[in-house]
Design a protein around this ligand. Sequence first.
Ligand code: XMP
Length: 511
Amino acid sequence: MDKPILIIDFGSQFTQLIARRVRQAGVFSQVLPHNASIDTIREMEPCGIILSGGPASLEEATAPGCDPAVFGMGVPVLGICYGMQLMAHTLGGQVARSGKREYGLRQLSLDIKSALFSGLEAACNCWNSHAYQVTALPPGFSQTAATDTCPIAAMEDGERKLYGVQFHPEVTHSQQGMAILTRFVRDICGCPGSWRMENYAASAVKEIKTAAGNGTVLLGLSGGVDSAVAAALIHQAIGGKLHCVFVDHGFMRKGEPEMVREVFTRHFPVSLTAVDASARFFGKLNGIIDPEEKRKVIGHEFVSVFREEALKLGQLDHFAQGTIYPDVIESGAAPGSAVIKSHHNVGGLPRELGFTSLIEPLRTLFKDEVRDLGRVLGLPEEMVKRQPFPGPGLAIRTLGELTPEKVAITRESDAILREEFDRSGFAKNASQYFTVNTDIRSVGVMGDGRSYDTAVAIRVVTTDDFMTADWARVPYDLLAQISRRITNEVPGVNRVLLDVTTKPPASIEWE
Ligand code: XMP
């Protein structure tokens, strides 16, 4: 196996992003906590080390450090933000609070004769977030970049192969950031760049085998990409010892329950319990129109059905989830690299189910990496490329009280929208697209008769992070085709609307 780039984590929210960029450069990377011992670091035989940023300041008594021997191992070290300050402080330079906190984009001038910036453009934008900076270089270092508020924005000691950057090359806003990281890991550290997602699959399979031992694993399939990829991966590791429970609450998109059943019986023959619980969910939701109440009832019922089915399977040893890195950040959990962590309450599953550990093999991956991994594992493209879909599914796209007839309108119109977006190629321009049963009826004419039927809305958004979104400018001809098909093919619909609202003030979903 390739020697890794070790990323020593000082608590930056970008640590896993650094790891991801290193993977993007085709290099194997591993994240270690800052207090890892020098023996552990040496045993891993890194070809280079990156010190992450972090929220602390070196003035604090509790400021995290790393073993100073890291700087004398003879392998190249790149310190980013706090990592650069720690390097300077440890090796005899000085760090002080800046007059002004530097936050956001800054114009950066680079010394392109330096080893790290060789071959780059001499000026570019870089993204910063710091209140402290290096004010005096440690002996042996030279200054290699500056911004107007940070004279030592980068430094290096070519002899000892030590490098520091005050800005964040790992974020996309930093122009040339990827080029800087690639230069470090490929040219300076000499990593071959042969790492591929196949390697991740192979090492995750090994780790899962060790974690599961001879035990059995339970995984809930939601119909989404993440749990499907986790299931395929765990299946590769332990085969028939993986038990999957798939609860169909009745609010899946057209064809999804069938696809889950097909893939996880034929392609990945896991032990699959697929429950059609739709009648039970509709029963519980009877008369409920408040969106929050609907969500609560669905969430609660989901856990109940899942638990009942899990108990029927008898005692299983481990619980697995398709948690991905953005979920880890969102839940506020400490960003760790471990695939396995000790178990406590998981997704509302009580301890009484008696699992000994939690297996989360996608914990360090970003969404597009999860999709790549799914492809590597051989999951069908239509499963891997699916857009995000909320847990309560079509229930929150069917306004008002839920009935099978109303949800059928949402499902059938959504299928037409998806088909037309795929056929026309517009799908690649949208982050999320779906239809909404507005629960509004209006008058129309059909043939010679008057109709009084449902209006369906089309929601199409573009967004990077789903926190804010714009409505997508869908071509009129495509809208016309979708509208024509929905009103012709979906019984009970006589009007189609287009949602032209940004988020905020609207949310992406309607409920
Ligand atoms: P909103 O409607 O809040 O949606 O603008 C932002 C993103 O989150 C998805 N979403 C959910 N995902 N469970 C989920 O897993 C949920 O309950 C849920 N509600 C909204 C939504 O589809 C969009 O991508």
